[in-house]
Design a protein. Structure first.
Length: 471
């Protein structure tokens, strides 16, 4: 009898410790997040008496603000920012920056969540949340919206030196100010207007991946800039005598003998299949991981991780497909912008960010986003070599539609095969090539040729970002 009582007591003690530990974890580790969660009834009570902080562009333009204590929220500024800024709605909650910076906008985070809630519940008169200032440039954002008008897809522009996002567009979009009245229509729309294609959309990058593959090849030591590759228009990639799979260049065009630079300029699939084989599956896989493919990028709003097959899952045919941006490799426009940004920035990949500062109602800076290194996937010499090859692609290759007078532009197009319809059109690049200040990644869903469709979009974004240099 005593043993039974002892066992029961021990069981209750263990259960008590487990429950106490769980409550401690929730209260300490997640307390701040839960306290500021939009569905927390205490937050809802505080919200009724708070003028929610504003969201501003880098030049001071208002993007979102309260019309009165407790809302409703007013959304102004470039309409294409809806996916980034998100919305705050009494019925449908929050999304975008309105969600990820909810505690700051309510003024709860910087003074401590207990103090913030107490202040909102115990003091009279409306409180005031903190403001957030974005890195987005109004001129570049509007240029991106104009260039992408009527096209389904996304565009991202960032400063490779810092990782600061200059523009972000996802089409089709929505009107944040009408989220409540248009919700039923938006969720039923087959074009998914609420979906942020710039950070969450995953696409095969097609030939836009070739600068990254070239950088991995040079870093591996198994390929040099002067190495030659023979292109007869197509090459067999099957692994057995009865396997007729092959990789071909557009239209079956034979490029003849090409080196790495001319393979990028002419976007030779046959050459890059051979380059992928020469790199080998382990080095190719590790090279992609060093560029953060397959990882979730740290960002101010949710970003998708993309996908790449594991090293053991890359046979001869898969290596060839991945080396030309097809097969199992998929990436978001944000991921592509960061990867190409590493080449523009001497091999150093910066962490992307879009919120530069959090400011108190009186204008004091409460927090500033630091410029941080995400990874260093390649050496500066390799990055510089590939950048020069990308300049040739704009000067005399498939990316000529991205050229700007008086500026050296580095770029690469992509026409990614899509099993659900017409190919996706891609462009990635940066300018000025000698001192990059803006990186652009553009994808147009079912757009067809990257050189004809995506490159002109990127050109207009770069033109706006570099307007001082073009004067």
């Amino acid at each position: 009898m005593k043993d039974s009582v002892r066992r029961i007591s021990v069981a209750f003690l263990i259960a008590f410790v487990v429950v106490a530990a769980r409550l401690l974890f929730i209260g300490v580790a997640r307390g701040r997040d839960l306290a500021a969660h939009p569905r927390n009834p205490r937050v809802s009570a505080v919200r009724r008496d708070i003028v929610r902080g504003g969201i501003y562009l880098s030049g001071g333009e208002v993007v979102a603000r309260d019309s009165a204590p407790g809302g409703p929220r007013l959304y102004t500024g470039p309409p294409g920012l809806a996916h980034l800024t998100g919305y705050e709605d009494a019925r449908y909650g929050t999304a975008g920056l309105e969600a990820s910076y909810n505690s700051d906008l309510l003024g709860l985070a910087r003074r401590g969540w207990i103090g913030g809630l107490a202040r909102g519940l115990l003091t009279s008169g409306p409180g005031r949340g903190n403001d957030i200032v974005l890195t987005v440039d109004a001129g570049v954002q509007r240029a991106a919206e104009r260039a992408m008008a009527g096209r389904r897809g996304a565009a991202v522009a960032l400063d490779p030196r810092t990782g600061a996002v200059l523009a972000l567009v996802s089409n089709p979009g929505f009107r944040a100010a009408r989220i409540s009245s248009e919700w039923e229509h938006l969720v039923k729309d087959e074009t998914s207007p609420l979906f942020n294609r710039a950070t969450l959309g995953l696409y095969p990058p097609g030939s836009a991946i070739k600068p990254i593959v070239a950088a991995i090849a040079l870093s591996s030591g198994r390929v040099s800039p002067s190495d030659g590759f023979r292109c007869e228009g197509a090459i067999k990639v099957g692994t057995g005598p009865g396997d007729a799979r092959e990789v071909s260049c557009p239209g079956g065009r034979a490029h003849g003998d090409v080196d790495l630079a001319s393979a990028i300029a002419s976007s030779c699939n046959v050459a890059f299949a051979q380059i992928g084989w020469r790199i080998g599956r382990e080095k190719l896989y590790n090279g992609f991981r060093s560029f953060r493919f397959g990882d979730t990028l740290p960002f101010d709003v949710p970003a998708a991780a993309g996908a790449i097959a594991t090293g053991g899952g890359l046979d001869r045919a898969a290596l060839a497909q991945i080396s030309i941006g097809q097969g199992t490799l998929v990436a978001s426009p944000l991921q592509m912008a960061c990867a190409i940004g590493a080449l523009a920035n001497g091999g150093v990949m910066r962490r992307p960010y879009v919120v530069s500062e959090v400011r108190s109602p009186d204008g004091a800076v409460l927090g500033r986003t630091p410029i941080t290194i995400l990874d260093v996937p390649v050496a500066a010499t390799v990055a510089r070599c590939v950048s020069d090859m990308m300049v040739e692609a704009v000067d005399r290759g498939t990316a000529r539609a991205a050229a700007l007078p008086g500026v050296r532009v580095a770029g690469k197009t992509g026409t990614a095969e899509n099993p659900h319809g017409a190919p996706h059109a891609w462009f990635v690049g940066f300018a000025p090539a000698d001192d990059p200040r803006c990186v652009v990644a553009v994808v147009v869903e079912n757009g067809g040729s990257g050189g004809q469709v995506a490159a002109p979009v990127a050109r207009e974004i770069l033109r706006s970002a570099l307007q001082d240099a073009l004067r």
